[in-house]
Design a protein around this ligand. Structure first.
Ligand SMILES: *Cc1c(COP(=O)(O)O)cnc(C)c1O
Length: 432
């Protein structure tokens, strides 16, 4: 894990459309604090204000007509044109500020769209780019909500999903090559909860080699935006549950899609306006305030997790440990080194004592809390087989490497020695 961290990449920063200064170039940690927000439009406030209005007063009837033409896709805004806002289900100032400010965090992105949850971002992407009768490919295991969306909503609509194991690169490439009417390839990497990795670059090449090119999307919630940059490998859309690392405090829901092609994001905003799943002004404001610390938190959490994982891995009660620096498969190690700059803060381990040992372990923790979700500043632990992955069949659980004694941990920003003591004490107690 020796590649340059994202914070040192230079990034071209075109100023937001409401700004008068010329384009200039700064690095992401600077850009996230300087672009996309003009204090003069918020009575000089140094940080964005919250605009809770549901509707916006037009500057003239002509401006209203123009705003509707642009919103409904009958016209495109001219370069530098400031189109009037209409109604906050379509967009609102806090969404526009957030969408401008989050772009520099994702290398290669030029445009973003914000949603009221990660699932809203994911379902809007499928519903926008997958036609009834068409196919999509997805990596497995996939987030439980996404799995539910695929089986309970998309398949009954005649949108057919083909699941391929995340680590099976050859099978992914072949399926991408051979599937007719393929609209979308959706990867989640590393996979939840075993951190199996997909070869993003290989999938991007397979997608580009098709005569009719499907879109390639990556759910980058686990390692992005700090440690994995899918757009640099030729991916079209990067999706986030902003509920996790982006917001980082387990106190709000949100979702984001970012991409290089602004037209794709405009299509997503069009579907969003109909579904009504835009992120609300207060949540946009909260998420906006968390962006400057995403990298600080993720780096600290990843360092904590790496120290803890590598110290615990040999414990007598642990059968198998899942963490990017502890991989043994040479192919998985190659993928890791090619596309990740740090191991991240999620690990999982299978306890020899099965489900009773896992429950006992969770009951004994005193710092880490027994909860689902991840990416917050506080450490959380859960038992996937009985909670987040309880919808999987016994065969699916086996195929996904989720055993009865598996515990998943999301490491926070506490002092790692305290966490290590907590985990060790709970593990040692299992022996007696
Ligand atoms: C949590 C999560 C989601 C869903 O996000 P919500 O904000 O809970 O809707 C999707 N993908 C991954 C990888 C997640 O961890």
């Amino acid at each position: 894990m020796v590649r340059t961290p994202s914070a040192s990449l230079t990034y071209d920063v075109p100023m937001g459309k409401r700004d008068s200064k010329p384009p200039y170039v700064v690095r992401p940690p600077t850009a996230v604090l300087t672009r996309g927000f003009d204090p003069r439009l918020s009575v000089g406030s140094a940080r964005p204000a919250v605009f809770r209005s549901s509707t916006y007063v037009f500057s003239s009837p002509e401006a209203a007509e123009r705003a509707f033409s642009v919103a409904l896709g009958r016209a495109r805004p001219d370069a530098g044109e400031s189109v009037d806002l209409i109604y906050s289900r379509l967009s609102h100032p806090n969404a526009e500020i957030l969408e401008d400010q989050i772009v520099p965090l994702e290398p290669g992105a030029t445009s973003a769209a914000v949603f009221n949850s990660g699932m809203a971002a994911i379902s809007t992407t499928f519903l926008t780019f997958c036609a009834p009768g068409s196919h999509f490919i997805y990596s497995t295991p996939v987030y439980g909500g996404t799995q539910h969306l695929i089986h309970q909503l998309l398949e009954p609509l005649g949108i057919k999903g083909i699941g391929v194991p995340a680590h099976a690169t050859d099978e992914l490439i072949q399926t991408i090559r051979d599937t007719p009417e393929l609209g979308l390839v959706f990867l989640e990497t590393p996979a939840n909860p075993t951190l199996a990795m997909c070869d993003i670059a290989a999938c991007a090449r397979a997608v580009a080699a098709r005569a009719e090119r499907p879109l390639l999307a990556v759910d980058n919630t686990f390692l992005g935006p700090s440690f994995q940059h899918p757009l640099e490998f030729g991916v079209d859309l990067v999706l986030y549950s902003a509920t996790k690392f982006l917001a980082g405090h387990s106190d709000m829901l949100g979702g984001v899609v970012l991409g290089r092609d602004a037209e794709l994001l405009a299509s997503l905003r069009g579907t969003r306006a109909v579904l009504g799943n835009i992120l609300q002004p207060d949540e946009c404001w909260i998420l906006d305030s968390r962006l400057p610390t995403v990298d600080l938190r993720m780096v600290r959490q990843s360092k904590n997790a790496q120290r803890i994982a590598e110290s615990l891995a040999g414990h007598a009660q642990i059968e198998q440990f899942f963490y990017p620096t502890l991989l043994e498969d040479p192919e998985q190690i190659r993928i890791r080194d090619a596309q990740c700059t740090a191991p991240g803060s999620i690990f999982a381990f299978e306890l020899k004592g099965g489900k009773p040992a896992a429950f006992d372990f969770l009951r004994r923790l005193t710092i880490a809390r027994n909860a689902v979700s991840l990416g917050g500043v506080e450490t959380l632990a859960c038992h996937p087989a009985s909670t987040t992955h309880s919808e999987l069949s016994p065969e699916e659980l086996r195929a996904s490497g989720i055993g009865p004694g598996l515990v998943r941990v999301s490491v926070g920003v506490e002092h790692y020695r305290d966490l290590l003591d907590d985990f060790r004490a709970a593990l040692d107690a299992l022996e007696s």
